[in-house]
Write a protein that binds this ligand. Structure first.
Ligand SMILES: *Cc1c(COP(=O)(O)O)cnc(C)c1O
Length: 428
């Protein structure tokens, strides 16, 4: 494939945008090479500026669960735009999408819309702190909750007590309030809670992790967290920015039958426009301004175009009773095909999957947390990534990302993908 125009556009972008991109994951730093510039997309395919076609497994990092340029969403946005693009006044459509979201997701009475998943998680933690009057939070190594200060904390070795910032600009003061736990390790969480009695406001996690590859919770992990939270008077926050409206209508709460206290949304809920949201029961949401004194605001929050896209998306998901089963079947088919292709060629790997999220790890052992995910063979992943790209399959340019399956993918697309894996496996 030729990437001349993409390369030229990247050079131009680098002059005026740091690293040429507006979000670091879009750069090909982890895999080498220059990023591909998207020109358009439709259904399961994305087309680059050199007119190469790819079967897309990134799907804007999640939102495009029904495929690109999905007509009900596109039409809703076009129609809405004609009436004005922002008012700074309440609009009816905000209530419509809120009503629908509250009806789909278990255990929430009210929802507040923001502009990104980052904002949703940041605000959810502030609300948890305001509600409980406690300051510390527990997060898990390898879970991503956006780029706000409190979340950019990485495990030091042992990481039993305090984290240290993993970005300059995050203060030690912030870092000391973020406690780090190992994903899927209840005992570690219990230790942290006991060492910080009456200090922890909330535990936040991706209830099915997607930012260290796809890592489902082990048996009993989520239920155990619920029990620990109840025992220690701590709020449980499910960051469902990736999993919400993707793994089930009601997200992981519904899928695993575990109630969270606050749920965060993003990605699918905006249908590809900038939307995030956080939701909870009345008791907690009543602490949020203007009802209560936990402050949170946004000039463009609940923006009519964004709400129109989100509402069209949620309606389509809500009305399609076969959607999640179809997605799961497609993902299982891909899993089986990829595993066979890799096994035939003796490529050591682990494939993790939950619903429409799947990731291939070139690792020898089960991948259940950040440590085991990081043991994957990154050199092999790089070759795999570039090999796939060359064959017209676009996966995320990082071994720590899940692939997202969309309903627009046909079995022919999946077969084409599996054939690409077969070809590459021979030379890995
Ligand atoms: C993408 C993501 C975020 C951040 O959302 P943005 O819209 O990129 O700010 C937060 N949490 C999870 C689980 C995510 O996958």
């Amino acid at each position: 494939m030729l990437y001349q125009r993409s390369s030229a556009l990247f050079k131009e972008a680098e002059q005026v945008i740091p690293g040429g991109v507006n979000s670091p994951v879009r750069a090909f730093k982890a895999v080498g090479g220059t990023p591909i510039f998207a020109k358009s997309a439709k259904g399961a395919y994305v087309y680059d500026e050199d007119d190469n076609r790819y079967i897309d497994y990134i799907n804007s990092w999640g939102p495009m669960i029904l495929g690109h340029a999905y007509e009900p969403v596109v039409n809703a946005v076009i129609d809405k735009a004609k009436d004005g693009t922002s008012f700074g006044m309440p609009t009816e459509i905000e209530t419509q999408i809120a009503e629908l979201a509250v009806s789909m997701v278990p255990n929430i009475d009210k929802i507040r819309f923001v502009n990104s998943g980052t904002e949703a998680c940041m605000s959810a933690v502030r609300l948890a702190r305001g509600f409980t009057g406690k300051e510390k939070i527990i997060k898990f190594a390898g879970c991503y909750h956006g780029h706000s200060d409190a979340f950019l904390i990485q495990a030091g070795s042992g990481a039993v007590t305090f984290g240290s910032p993993n970005s300059p600009g995050v203060t030690q003061g912030t870092a000391k309030d973020t406690l780090l736990a190992r994903y899927n390790d209840l005992g570690h969480v219990q230790q942290l809670l006991e060492a910080n009695q009456n200090e922890v406001a909330c535990i936040i996690l991706e209830p099915v992790a997607g930012n260290m590859g796809c890592i489902p919770p082990v048996n009993g992990f989520l239920k155990g967290l619920r029990q620990l939270c109840d025992a220690h008077n701590v709020l449980l926050i499910f960051d469902e920015v990736m999993t919400g409206f993707r793994l089930a209508k009601g997200g992981v709460q519904e899928l695993y039958g575990v109630d969270a206290d606050i749920v965060c949304f993003g990605k699918v809920i905006g249908g590809g426009l900038p939307v995030g949201a956080f939701a909870s029961r009345n008791e907690i949401m009543s602490h949020l301004a203007p009802l209560g004194n936990v402050y949170q605001a946004g000039t463009l929050s609940g923006n009519p175009l964004a709400m129109a896209a989100g509402l069209a998306m949620l309606r389509s998901i809500n009305e399609d009773s076969g959607l999640f089963k179809r997605l799961e079947e497609k993902t299982a088919y891909l899993h089986k095909g990829c595993a066979e292709a890799l096994n035939t060629n003796n490529i050591t790997h682990t494939i993790n999957r939950e619903g429409s999220m799947i990731s291939i790890h070139f690792a020898e052992e089960a991948v259940i947390d950040f440590e085991s995910s990081a043991k994957g063979n990154n050199e092999r992943f790089k070759s795999f990534f570039h090999g796939m790209l060359e064959q017209g399959i676009y996966i995320a340019p990082s071994a720590f990302e899940s692939w997202f399956i969309t309903d627009a993918l046909t079995y022919e697309d999946l077969d084409e993908t599996i054939r690409a894996v077969e070809t590459i496996a021979k030379s890995l």
